[in-house]
Write a protein that binds this ligand. Structure first.
Ligand code: PLP
Length: 419
């Protein structure tokens, strides 16, 4: 598509945008004079859908009126509340319902998954991560290694080449080809939080499996942003949070995926609680443990309904809109953003995110010359909310649910002035 750098053109794109009405269904934070912020941090904390309050109020009301009976009598009975989320969440990550459950938080889920899928032996025990893995993922992996009597040095890093920012799949191939016999697990961010690079998950799975390594994917920056097609990708497991692109509120629960090929394997070692025990006999006390099939078989506790209500509100909206429609708009929004940044033509900034729309989601990571953090501060003073990541990157995510082409145009006009 041919873009133009005029306000009228941006407004025309908004007029033609079939999803433009969605912005109205979100609370857009404002400055003290009542002007909307230009919010580009849906990759960090997604905005609140206006409907969320009603969903949570419904549960508060049922709790007030029904007490414990709400488990069965609430409008949305709490006992199996997580099941209301499963089908819609499965669609968002391209999975079958049996492969998905919403539970716990992201890092907790990564640990529970590694309990089952990181099964090191004396000779095959190393773990591959990206050199720029999100800190929580790195700490989780380090602690798993130590827990099994290995050391932090047993991490193998998949690194960008010298002087570059992005990862090459060929370099992962090389790591696995040469060291695969020692590698037990690949745990990779599907969309890198720093560069915004969307990696080829299917290829990563094939590379790992070629040397009998287990492959897990962190989709914190993927879920609700790109379509990972988890089932077809054949990865063994995945986990993601819901407070970034999935707009489900600060610290909200996470998703977990275990591929169908593992769903009936009751021999997989795992931690247990009453919630991964057979639903039919869960409340018959004094039962031997009988694990459930599928992703539900990794649950431990009965779920926090208030947080799930916020997830339900968000997933209902995603389902109504259709993820493919969001993705279509997203490619256009980010393409326009990229076009306008390139038009500024300044040596002080450089986009490090891949140029190919198939290798990125909505986020563009802008590297700032000399790591000049004052640029980020000035943007914030101008009501432009972006995210500074050490050492030298401003991350900006125009989100198709609530960002407009005019947001982008205005942001760039201000950025240009600041440069
Ligand atoms: C946001 C994010 C996390 C956060 O983990 P929590 O357990 O939800 O606090 C972890 N990993 C990645 C890759 C993330 O982007």
């Amino acid at each position: 598509m041919k873009f133009k750098k005029t306000l009228a053109f941006a407004q025309q794109l908004d007029k033609e945008d079939k999803l433009a009405h969605l912005r109205n269904q979100f609370h857009i934070p404002k400055d003290k004079d009542g002007n909307d912020w230009l919010y580009f941090t849906g990759n960090s904390l997604g905005l609140q859908p206006k409907a969320t309050k009603e969903y949570i109020n419904q549960e508060l009301k049922d709790w007030a009126n029904l007490g414990v009976e709400g488990h069965f009598e609430a409008k949305n009975p709490w006992l199996n509340y997580h099941e209301f989320l499963t089908d819609k969440m499965a669609k968002i990550v391209g999975a079958k319902p049996i492969e998905v459950v919403v539970m716990n938080t992201l890092t907790t889920n990564l640990h529970l998954l590694m309990v089952s899928f990181y099964r090191p032996t004396k000779t095959k025990y190393k773990i591959v991560i990206e050199s720029d893995a999100f800190p929580s993922d790195r700490y989780a992996v380090q602690s798993q290694l130590k827990f099994h009597g290995f050391s932090e040095d047993d991490i193998i890093e998949w690194k960008p080449r010298k002087g570059e920012e992005l990862l090459y799949i060929e370099d992962l191939e090389e790591i696995v080809a040469t060291q695969g016999d020692e590698i037990a697990l690949l745990l990779i961010g599907g969309v890198n939080y720093y560069t915004g690079q969307f990696l080829d998950i299917k290829k990563i799975a094939a590379i790992g499996h070629s040397k009998n390594c287990i492959v897990g994917i962190d989709l914190a920056h993927g879920a609700g942003n790109i379509q990972p097609n988890l089932h077809d990708s054949n990865v063994d497991f995945a986990a993601w949070c819901t407070y970034k692109y999935l707009n489900s509120g600060p610290g909200s629960l996470a998703g977990l995926f275990v591929h169908e090929k593992h769903s009936k394997n009751k021999e997989l070692p795992r931690f247990a609680g009453w919630w991964n025990h057979n639903k039919a006999t869960r409340f018959n006390m004094r039962q031997p443990f009988d694990v459930m099939e599928g992703a539900e078989g990794w649950q431990l506790s009965n779920p926090p309904i208030l947080s799930m209500a916020a997830i339900k509100a968000s997933l209902d909206l995603f389902d109504e809109v259709g993820f493919e429609n969001l993705r279509e708009k997203s490619e256009k929004l980010t393409g326009y953003f990229e076009f306008l940044i390139n038009e500024i033509n300044s040596d002080d900034i450089k986009i490090i995110t891949p140029k190919n729309p198939k290798e990125r989601g909505c986020q563009l990571s802008i590297q700032v010359k000399n790591a000049d953090k004052s640029l980020h501060k000035k943007l914030t003073e101008n009501n432009i909310i972006t995210d500074w990541r050490e050492p030298d990157v401003i991350r900006c995510a125009p989100v198709p649910m609530y960002n407009s082409f005019e947001d982008i145009y205005t942001m760039i006009s201000i950025l240009k002035g600041l440069l």
